[in-house]
Design a protein around this ligand. Structure first.
Ligand SMILES: [Cu+2]
Length: 141
């Protein structure tokens, strides 16, 4: 039986190929709002969590603070990890990469990535600043 469009995992990794942790533990979450789109990719390697966020449709030259929160976009909870700010260029595209030490696994559910309007920590304390411009639930791809 064939499930994956690009072939089965076994076809990509013939017997005997050692899969790296990063290959096994890659999670992608779609971030979307009205005009903002993007993805966050989470992976675990050597006890560290790496989060790569790629966004477009942002206000030109704007900066936004992302977090990983506990819960989901539908039932939002506390901040779990602060991530590096996403800084948009003149065309509204921005990326952010954060490495968080001492994380050994990503739960199958219960985390979400939230990108806030705020560009500074003090902005985050305001309701407008705290408002998410994009949100995506972390889930296995
Ligand atoms: Cu947050």
């Amino acid at each position: 039986m064939e499930y994956a469009a690009g072939g089965t995992l076994r076809e990509h990794y013939p017997k005997g190929t050692k899969l790296s942790l990063e290959t096994l533990d890659t999670y992608v979450t779609q971030l979307a709002n009205e005009s903002v789109t993007g993805t966050a990719q989470l992976s675990i390697a050597s006890g560290k969590l790496t989060v790569k966020i790629t966004m477009s449709g942002l206000a030109p030259n704007s900066t936004h603070i992302p977090h990983i929160h506990k819960g989901s976009c539908e039932a939002q909870g506390d901040v779990l990890y602060s991530l590096a700010p996403v800084a948009a260029d003149a065309s509204g595209k921005g990326t952010s990469t954060t490495v968080v030490p001492n994380v050994s696994s990503i739960p199958a559910k219960g985390w979400y990535v939230n990108v806030h309007l705020a560009s500074t920590k003090s902005d985050l304390d305001t309701q407008t600043g705290f408002d998410p411009i994009a949100c995506g639930n972390v889930a296995t791809k």
